[in-house]
Design a protein around this ligand. Structure first.
Ligand SMILES: NC(=O)c1ccc[n+]([C@@H]2O[C@H](COP(=O)([O-])OP(=O)(O)OC[C@H]3O[C@@H](n4cnc5c(N)ncnc54)[C@H](OP(=O)(O)O)[C@@H]3O)[C@@H](O)[C@H]2O)c1
Length: 247
């Protein structure tokens, strides 16, 4: 397993998908640093952490420098931090789009740009974005989020072309609806707008998934672990759908 002995950074590692990926990488022998804004959530993971907002490139640089000083050059960078808003486009302000692009696109851009020299220096690296099926298809009432996730997939595909000869692979994971705190917030919005109970709101969300179920965080973590393996060295520029066949 290629994660063993390597320094892996996971943004948004204090909860949900990011926490599952961080623990999977740690279990595979990586030295993991989790990054997020809420220190209590990060500390609860029991892994080394840095408190930082990934939309702030300079703050992220400082956080990564501290992590590198403690655990060495970064070989695996999982840009997982993300947020989602919902609502009709007619009611969205430009600031709503800025917010979605800030964390879901710029957060990926800043992280990957900051770790590139470590990876090119080593001749090995894994850049992984946790995008979404919203990066591959449109969903109603989620235009700013879909736009930002599509942009993250575009960034992935372009950088994979650019880094093809460096030993670094660049891929996006695109889960459908995952059972996490982010989904809980979306369900609250849907329930407030429609009056539906939680089970009905979930059934509506998974209606277009042939498996009719939420995705588990562990399923996203296993895909991330696989992308870090030597066996996945030829997998580059993919946007891997983890959606039961929805897309
Ligand atoms: N849940 C789903 O249905 C679903 C589906 C497809 C894709 N995804 C994607 O999966 C990723 C993880 O989401 P999740 O579902 O696991 O939700 P989550 O538990 O809310 O995780 C998001 C994490 O990102 C961190 N974060 C948000 N903004 C940040 C910022 N500006 N700087 C640093 N950290 C920030 C949050 O921590 P702090 O608030 O403490 O900073 C949080 O730990 C996201 O990119 C999301 O878009 C989720």
């Amino acid at each position: 397993m290629s994660a063993s002995g390597r320094h892996a950074v996971v943004t948004g590692g204090g909860s949900g998908v990011g926490a599952a990926i961080a623990h999977a990488l740690s279990g595979a022998g990586a030295a993991v640093t989790v990054i997020g804004r809420d220190e209590a959530k990060l500390a609860a993971q029991g892994l080394p952490y840095e408190v930082c907002d990934v939309t702030d490139a300079a703050a992220l640089r400082r956080a990564l420098d501290r992590a590198i000083a403690a655990r060495g050059p970064i070989a695996i960078a999982v840009a997982n931090a993300g947020a989602a808003t919902s609502g009709p486009l007619a009611k969205a302000a430009p600031e709503d789009l800025d917010a979605m692009l800030g964390v879901n696109l710029y957060g990926v851009f800043h992280l990957w740009q900051a770790v590139l020299s470590d990876m090119t220096g080593a001749g090995w690296g894994r850049l992984i974005a946790v995008a979404s099926t919203a990066g591959l298809k449109g969903y109603a009432y989620a235009a700013p989020y879909c736009a930002a996730k599509h942009a993250a997939v575009g960034l992935t595909r372009a950088l994979a072309q650019e880094l093809g000869r460096t030993g670094i692979t660049v891929n996006a994971l695109c889960p459908g609806f995952v059972d996490t705190p982010l989904l809980d917030a979306s369900l609250d919005t849907i329930r407030a707008a429609t009056g539906k109970d939680r089970a009905t709101a979930i059934a509506d969300l998974v209606a277009s998934n042939p498996q009719k179920r939420l995705i588990h965080t562990d399923e996203v973590a296993s895909a991330a672990l696989w992308l870090c393996s030597d066996g996945a060295a030829a997998v580059n520029g993919h946007a891997l759908s983890l959606s039961g066949g929805e897309v």
